[in-house]
Ligand binder design. Sequence first.
Ligand code: ASP
Length: 450
Amino acid sequence: MNSNWLLTILILVGLVLGTVVGQVLYDPEYLLSMPESAHAHATALTVFTFLGNTVFMGLLKMLIIPLVATSVIVGVTSVGDFRKLGKIGGWTLFYYMATMLIAVTIGLVLVTTIQPGTAISQQQRAEAEAGYATDTVKVEALEAKQQEGLGGAMKGLVSQIIPLNIVSAAAKGQPLPVIFFSIFFGVVVTTIGPKNRVIIEFFDAVFSVLMKMVTAVIWLAPVGVFALLAWTVARIGLSVFASSIGKYMFTVLAGIFVHAFVVLPLILFIFAKRGRDGSRNPFKFMHQMRQPIMTAIGTDSSSATLPVTIETATDVAGISKQSAGFVLPLGSTINMDGTALYEAVAVVFLAQAYGIELGLTTLVLIAITATLAAVGAAGIPSAGLVTMVIVLDAVNANVLAADPSASAIPVAAIGLIIGVDRILDMFRTAANVWGDAVGAKIIDRFCDDD
Ligand code: ASP
């Protein structure tokens, strides 16, 4: 068995075992039958956080900024020509927006057809609103985002692009300013004549070293995803799927499934060039990208997964460094199909739960704001839940403008879905990463082999 297969199997085992162990730890009857296990439960959670967050995600995060800088510089310098660069950039942005809008539309069709919100009772609403206030960390983040609004979020995004101080932006782990600086730097490198050889060779060599570092870190993925999954499931429990909130979860998951297994493969089939072996099979490409997809499920973070995505795309799937350098770093913070879909479903679900009718114009507004809110969400756990408040506010403003006496959706309604967010985050992050990979494969048609 080659080592790639072995690693895949180990990661899968980690995912399954993590779910099982998490569920056993969650089970209150098990804890009651062994009172001394409450202490063991707390210890286990601490160990899982250490292994999953501190060690595994820590090592991945450590690689993000150097990798973003070098992969973008290597990508840009190997494209060389400005016009070609513009074409690649233009198609990349078009791909991001088009696929996010398709994802949102799928979500809206499903949520208005399935109507998961109608299953929610008055009492559940009251409990959720009361529970919301107790989650102080999330409430603070949500309120800050609410004050910022859509305009503020977009302004924040744009003003972040041009860094006042690139070292401080890099130190804060902000990918966008690093991407901007690296594109600018790379473009200028191509204009200084033969002197640039040393720079290009240097960054190419650093990129190869970083790729090797990722290959080493990914061997920790089985333990990392095991710990992260066990931690998540131990706090939420799988029984939520059978509760009245389960219908909402299934709606989000069905949307992600259709987008990831039908729409994106179809787009890939139509627009991507053939693989190295002449194959056009989109599922073969999905299979090649299995490690980043599984890492996304474990980490709930497109950014933390980025090193694995770049490594697998270039080394396993044979995507050019030009395309990977352009599409993947930018995509991990901007292109979020799963998040956009989720935000649209969540807001309509809350409106249904509060008996608020949404007309077609409001649904169109949701499609646009959910897409923009997903663009504004960082590639970190729960970012989509926080930026969702922007969509919620836009809907309320629209409903109240049409009828000032209508009732709005209270922000505390988010209490209904906060508890299960982490589980949905796994799948929407996987869809986000898969969407980036599909984009890199498609944009590869405009790039030369390197
Ligand atoms: N966790 C997601 C990501 O990193 C963002 C979200 O919360 O939807 O892609």
